[in-house]
Design a protein around this ligand. Structure first.
Ligand SMILES: [Zn+2]
Length: 240
């Protein structure tokens, strides 16, 4: 049976590099202010760098993170939906298009921001694909380096799939808000994945109901180690 691992940035490895970037995605869905559950929120980990909204006439309405009421959020989400991967939730705060902003220094094969957003050097990505790692989608970035011969840095579009097993969630968990879709829980200390919900054709994905958690399969981990690509630590997450 396949094992699954949570990806974290390997601080010791990335300290050998000094790559730095200060960038945001070109477009976004706003946060929401919900009168049903009373929450004002936006999600993290909903990043779709390969979704190009440049031809959308309403794209200028998709740049502000400031929360809006639920009907306005839903209107904006429906503008994006035809251009987004099918079946993904598109939560408040979802981000689209290339990362834009200044960058400097030397980048290793992998660079993470908060373990949520993952950058990869193009040649590292290609070597993983040659090894047969499935479901890796490298998207162009618009990082601006001031030096000559800037590195070819891509952002991985890691899509949400599967979910946590109910056994690892608190029994008194409040239900999902029917109006805004908010799930009011924090990541358990000992998360468990629900086996039956997991994708079988991807070696890298986010947890569908907890998109800040990035999961690599054993196949992904073995390929990263075999190619000696530094930058990631792997912590096994059980399945049930
Ligand atoms: Zn709500």
């Amino acid at each position: 049976m396949t094992r699954f691992y949570i990806l974290r940035e390997d601080a010791a490895a990335t300290a050998q590099y000094n790559g730095h970037f200060d960038a945001t995605h070109k477009w976004r869905l706003p946060g929401v202010q919900c009168h049903t559950c009373g929450a004002t929120w936006g999600s993290a980990g909903q990043q779709y760098p390969g979704v190009d909204l440049s031809q959308l006439p309403e794209r200028t309405q998709l740049v502000s993170p400031w929360p809006v009421a639920v009907p306005e959020f839903e209107r904006l989400r429906e503008l994006v939906r035809p251009l987004a991967p099918s079946g993904v939730g598109l939560l408040p705060g979802a981000q689209f298009g290339p990362l834009e902003g200044p960058a400097s220094g030397k980048f290793g094969p992998f660079t993470a921001e908060g373990d949520i957003l993952w950058l990869v050097q193009r040649d590292a990505l290609e070597r993983l694909q040659v090894e047969g790692v499935k479901g890796l989608l490298g998207c162009r970035t618009e990082l601006r380096f001031r030096k000559k011969d800037p590195p070819d840095i891509l952002e991985l579009q890691i899509e949400p799939h599967g979910r946590l097993h109910p056994d690892c969630l608190p029994p008194d968990m409040p239900p999902q808000c029917a109006t805004c879709g908010r799930l009011g829980f924090s990541l358990p200390d000992e998360p468990i994945l629900e086996s039956a919900s997991l994708p079988t054709d991807l070696n890298l994905f986010r947890v569908g109901d907890f998109a800040t958690v990035v999961i690599g399969t054993e196949r992904f981990k073995d390929a990263v180690h075999q190619l000696e690509l530094p930058g990631i630590t792997f912590r096994e997450i059980p399945t049930r």
